[in-house]
Design a protein around this ligand. Sequence first.
Ligand code: GRF
Length: 188
Amino acid sequence: MKLAVLVSGTGSLLEAMIKDGLPIALVLADKPCRGLEIAGAAGIPTLLVARKDFRKDGKFDREAYTKKVVEELQSRGIELIAMAGFMTVFSKPMFDACEGRILNSHPSLLPAFKGESAVADALAAGVTETGTTIHVATMELDDGPILAQEKVPVMPGDTIETLWERIKVVERRLYPAVIRDYARKLGI
Ligand code: GRF
């Protein structure tokens, strides 16, 4: 399979995928980040498509950004896309071009706590357990068919950082396995 991993941050899920031996053909980021450095150090081709370069009328041009990323993925023959902490939401052209081929890992038990503050929201809600969801990404944010979920306990005294790290420990094990399984089902 030709897998692209999309990152914006620390890239610890990417690191787990590299350790797992997944055949990563490209790591793409929307801003300079540790994820790109990790990929570079591992000898994986990297590409920065910076959000800040896509502005129209003083606003982020989501459509133009999405089209550029689609073009880059298609020109490299990418067959499967794994978002791993990628913080830009794509518009329709991505889902038209790659329907059913974009995976995401979200740090909550979806449909609970959608959005980028999922861990903080779970903590603020006082739940005793949260977790992770690996799903197929669709136009609807943090939605789409669920491939795997695993619970993680919330401990007394947890901060966003301690809880998020406990969730990521699970994500680092689960996500690579789900990617392999999904690729096998796609026959790639
Ligand atoms: C993960 O918790 C993932 O669920 C979320 O972003 C985080 C990425 O972590 N979408 P890292 O940058 O790989 O450490």
